[in-house]
Unconditional design. Sequence first.
Length: 222
Amino acid sequence: MIFHAEPIEFTRQPGLGAPVWRGRAADGEDLLRFAISVHRRQGRLAALWGCDDRLRDGFYRLHCVFALDEGWLWLSLDLADGGDECPMYPDLSGIFPAANRMQRATRDLVGIASDGTDRRPWLRHGGWPADWYPLRHDAGAAPEWANEPTDYDFVKVGGEGAHEIPVGPIHAGIIEPGHFRFSVVGERVLRLEQRLGYQHKGVERLFVGADIARGAQLVGRV
C-alpha cells in the first residue's frame, strides 16, 4: 500500500488490534519526505530507535514508527557501516521535536547519529566511554571506566536581570531524578533546559540473544 502518494510500499503485518504497516525507505531523503508528509496530515512520531544488523545483512538500521489514522506505520532505513564514523541519517527533530531525545539515545546506545547539531549525550552521563556503544554486536563486555559526571552544554540566556537556577538531579520526593536549569527574569521563565535519563539501567542489552519466551518475560517486568 502507498500512503500519501510517497513512493514507499508498505505491507500490512499480521496481528490483531490497530493495523501495523511496515515499509523501507530507499534513502534518507525518502525518510525525510515521508516524515514531512505525516506531519502535514496531523500524524505524530511514536517511536524511533536503531539496531545493529551487520551480522545478518551488513547494515545498521534506523526504525521509526508513525501514528496515523490508518494505523501504525513502521518505516526502516538501512545505514552503511561508516567504519570509525557514526552512520548518519536525517535529523527529524525539526519536524517532530520529540525525536530529539530518541535520536540522542540511539547515538548513545548504537552509535548511529542524526545529521542535526544537537550531539549531547542523553543516557550516557559519563557511565561509559563516548566511543563505546553497548548495543553493537561487537561491543563486548562493559569496559572498566570511572563513572564521573560529564559536562553538559545548556543554552545560556543572558541579559540584564537574567538568572540561572539549577535544580536536581537529586530531589526531595519520589519523582524521577532529573537536572533542570531555569533561566529566569524575576518570576518569568525564559527557558527551561532538562536532562533526564539518570535511571537508565541498560535493560535493552538483556534482550540480546534472548529467545521469545525470555524476551516476553523481560518486557513484562519492564
